[in-house]
Ligand binder design. Structure first.
Ligand code: SAM
Ligand code: SF4
Length: 434
């Protein structure tokens, strides 16, 4: 692992998170470099969207507690009245925006309720909101409908509600099974609650469920992380998203220094174990049990809590505070924070705050990354058909990762990640960001 870390560092592939970075959008741009939201650009881009199927993202900014590492837009301890004001505003935002888009959108490719913790919502409010979204954007056949949850809010009655409303995928943040770490991180549940929730999900009949884990947490050992993964595999978890601890200046845990060598080693061991246990690495952080992949292709492409995967695909409509939409060549980010968001919607305004125009270089990088780390293969000829000859910069970077042994070419003009490339796929992605 030492050699791998040296290779990554010397060749500047190990890029730490920078101040103000929007962690879960692509490109990893600094928000201060985004422009102010302009409704004219928003309207114009919507008109130009060909009839197609957007991914729907709905942000629910409520949680049971504030976790020390987290940098998402969330609120703790909000009353049912405050939750209702928010869900009413979400519906208003959908009305405001679907007025314009109904001619171009007939149904959604997927629906994703993320957060925050959507199951923290009062049961009636959650049920009504799901109905509203499902009516506004009926799901395409084979579309996935995911709701994020946490162990303490994944109660029997919420799971029953989700199933009854057509949700076919649940994604839960377990993070770690070590109680002392859960406590230190400010999580609102014990490891036993995570295991109980998993049992509930398995017995509920939900089509598939994902577990988020974080590795590289302060004082977490390599063996304890591996032991968590083993336990969860034994308990029948079909899908995993393994996040390395991301340090962001806006989180409480902002001064901790990541140990890259330890993190890579934790990931490599967990990856080996999952691959032996018949899971496929479908994306840089994401593993799905092969039996499920054989059942439906939606399990490979369902959006994840790592929003970068989702936006790369094209048309995304994000609703709620801080939600990001991708329309044409633009990213539009909604106002962040309950009050700012609510005031905008209540005065009947599209609650946009920032926008970012993707350049040709951005689009090239997105295409390249998507092919390499999601479709599993980069076909240089296909890429050239779309973007013309490789630029000197892209060609140089591809040559470098090939020399470093992160990609190989067994077929002419086609590149695939090697095992070592898959271990640091997240960094390879970031390396290609302009
Ligand atoms: C919106 S949360 C998921 C659901 C729920 N709120 C929970 O925490 O149980 C999305 C996921 O992002 C991951 N995450 C959040 N902050 C992170 C950080 N600083 N580093 C790594 N992963 C992080 C966590 O694994 C978390 O489960
Ligand atoms: S990790 Fe999940 S539960 Fe914790 S603050 Fe972030 S969104 Fe909320």
């Amino acid at each position: 692992m030492k050699n791998l870390v040296e290779k990554l560092k010397i060749n500047q592939l190990a890029r730490p998170m920078t101040e103000g970075e929007v962690a879960n959008t692509y490109p990893l741009s600094i928000l201060s470099k985004w422009d102010r939201f302009r409704k004219k650009d928003y309207d114009q881009n919507l008109l130009n969207v060909p009839k197609s199927y957007p991914q729907i993202y709905v942000h629910i900014p409520f949680c049971s507690s504030g976790c020390s590492y987290c940098f998402y837009d969330t609120n703790v301890g909000k009353s049912v009245e405050e939750q209702k004001r928010y869900t009413d505003n979400l519906k208003k935002e959908m009305d405001l925006r679907t007025d314009k888009i109904s001619s171009s959108v007939s149904c959604g490719a997927s629906i994703y309720f993320g957060g925050g913790t959507p199951t923290r919502l009062n049961k009636n409010l959650l049920g009504e909101l799901i109905d509203y979204v499902s009516q506004s954007f009926p799901l395409q056949n084979e579309g996935s409908f995911t709701v994020e949850t946490s162990p303490e809010t994944c109660t029997a009655e919420k799971v029953e509600l989700l199933l009854q409303k057509g949700v076919n995928r649940i994604s839960m943040g377990a993070q770690t099974l070590e109680d002392r770490l859960l406590k230190k991180l400010g999580r609102a549940h014990s490891s036993q609650q995570s295991l109980d929730a998993i049992k509930r999900l398995r017995e509920s009949g939900i089509a598939i469920f994902n577990m988020d884990l974080i590795y590289g947490l302060p004082s977490q050992t390599e063996s304890s992380f591996l032991s968590d993964v083993r336990t969860l595999v034994r308990k029948g978890v079909p899908e995993f998203t393994l996040y390395h601890l991301r340090i962001n200046p806006s989180a409480h845990l902002r001064d901790y220094e990541n140990d890259l060598e330890k993190q890579l080693s934790m990931f490599a061991n967990a990856r080996d174990f999952l691959i032996d246990a018949r899971y496929s690495q479908t994306r840089p952080l994401h593993f799905v049990k092969k039996d499920y992949l054989a059942k439906s292709k939606k399990y490979k492409s369902a959006p994840t809590s790592d929003q970068r995967n989702n936006q790369r695909k094209g048309f995304v409509l994000g609703f709620g505070s801080s939600a990001v939409s991708q329309i044409g060549d633009y990213l539009f980010k909604n106002k962040q924070g309950l009050i700012k968001y609510s005031l905008a919607v209540e005065s009947k305004k599209i609650p946009g705050e920032k926008q970012f125009k993707l350049s040709k270089r951005d689009n090239e990088a997105r295409c390249l990354i998507q092919n390499l780390t999601q479709k599993g293969k980069l076909d240089i000829k296909e890429y050239q058909k779309r973007f013309g000859n490789l630029t000197v910069e892209v060609e140089g970077k591809l040559t470098k990762i090939r020399k470093l042994g992160f990609v190989e070419s067994k077929e002419r003009n086609k590149l695939k990640l090697t095992d070592e490339g898959w271990i640091c796929a997240d960094m390879i992605e970031r390396y290609f960001y302009p």
